[in-house]
Write a protein that binds this ligand. Structure first.
Ligand code: PLP
Length: 394
């Protein structure tokens, strides 16, 4: 017997992965410099030197059990303490090691949270378009349903009327992602305050807490002086899913965490259910070497220089050619309106010039395409004349 749902998931890759695999083949065929791959959010900036140094120091310590052995399922006390102290200091809020559950990146963090909150097939989570397409896979994987609020394509904040319309007695949580993949938009304090007001009111109405699940892999990736508000300080019933994949350029190492603030509703039960979901999925513990690296590198800042250059080059050139795009305050994506109004057709056209961009359909915005600019600047410069040709051909 084979599980049909999983067979389908494993056979049909996501649009992003499909394009990435195609890019690798084209590069082998035509040469690296002939393919302009803007498909995946795989950071081009190397991990900071402090990370390399920490890995060397840990290995050199010669303590194999500490370096490579199991840690507590929720993560080592030392690392959880370091993370909690950093949260306290940075956001002027309460946090302790007992609120932190260390995971294999944001993906595992999200899956454990959905697993903790989903109670039967009727459970619903709400995502706000444009949204990370894997949310649907993760939510469905925990036996729950994903509802989607259509995008506010004017300023990529939240269409609150549409959101209110979707909330019902089965709603367990609302997933937000700011800075956003794919739009690069940061939710303003006002947006978050309105969201908090709605969820407080609706939680009373439906008779249970509706949590915010704040997916924050791009929290530190901000280019202007835009402030990224810390969501639990605005809505106390927020569960944070964080990752070091992007901020420390460590996506293949799989390290992140869940933060369940002690002041959120049913915090102890939520935390225990997250640990239970992780156990049921066989996560065991996050990689111990990387847990130690995080403890040593807790104050290391991401290097945004190359992303900043790429972002400015793309925004300036593309808007001068006539493209319209969301204002990207953070993350490393540009969400561009397809000049012919059809993201799929435009991405196909771009493919004929070996410019690989992701159609917006899987993010819930058919008329857009996503350009992932965490690539070397040479790739951006090489692709600009092709973007000009593309809009002229539409
Ligand atoms: N959430 C968003 C919005 C993402 O863009 C990604 C990865 O690109 C993830 C979650 C998963 O990140 P991780 O590598 O930490 O699992």
């Amino acid at each position: 017997m084979i599980n049909k749902k999983n067979l389908k998931l494993g056979t049909a890759r996501s649009a992003i992965r499909e394009l990435f695999e195609y890019g690798k083949k084209q590069k082998a065929l035509l040469g690296e410099d002939k393919v302009f791959d803007f498909s995946l959010g795989n950071p081009s900036t190397p991990a900071p030197k402090e990370v390399d140094l920490a890995i060397r120091e840990i290995i050199a310590s010669g303590n194999s059990v500490l370096t490579h052995g199991y840690t507590s399922a929720q993560g080592s006390l030392e690392t959880r303490t370091a993370i909690a102290n950093a949260i306290k200091q940075k956001f002027n809020t309460e946090a302790s090691a007992d609120d932190i559950y260390i995971t294999c990146g944001a993906a595992a963090a999200l899956c454990t949270v959905f697993g903790a909150l989903a109670e039967g097939f009727d459970t619903e989570f709400i995502a706000i378009a444009p949204y990370f397409p894997e949310y649907k896979v993760f939510v469905n994987g925990q036996g729950a349903k994903l509802q989607v609020v259509s995008a506010d394509t004017k300023d990529f904040q939240i269409d609150f009327n549409a959101l209110e319309g979707l909330i019902n007695k089965n709603t367990a949580g609302v997933i937000i992602n700011s800075p956003n993949n794919p739009s690069g938009t940061v939710y303003s304090k006002k947006t978050l305050e309105t969201l908090a007001e709605i969820l407080t009111r609706k939680s009373k109405e439906v008779g249970h807490t509706i949590y915010i699940i704040s997916d924050e892999p791009y929290r530190e990736l901000v280019y202007s002086d835009t402030i990224v508000p810390f969501v639990p300080t605005i809505y106390k019933n927020t569960i944070v899913c964080y990752s070091y994949s992007k901020s420390l350029s460590l996506p293949g190492e799989r390290i992140g965490y869940v933060y369940v603030p002690a002041f959120c509703e049913n915090a102890n039960e939520v935390y225990a259910a997250i640990a239970g979901a992780g156990r049921a999925m066989g996560y065991v513990c996050a990689p111990s070497l990387l847990q130690q690296v995080i403890a040593k590198c807790i104050d290391v800042k991401p290097n945004l220089e190359e992303y900043k250059v790429n972002r400015n080059l793309l925004v300036d050139a593309l808007t001068s050619y006539g493209y319209e795009c969301a204002s990207p305050d953070g993350a490393f994506y540009l969400f561009v309106k397809a000049p012919n109004g059809d993201g799929n057709a435009f991405a196909e056209l771009a493919k004929t010039k070996n410019v690989l961009i992701v159609p917006g359909e899987s993010f819930g915005c058919k008329e857009f395409v996503r350009i992932s600019y965490c690539v070397d600047t040479k790739t951006v410069k090489g692709a600009l004349p092709l973007f000009k040709e593309l809009i002229e051909e539409c």
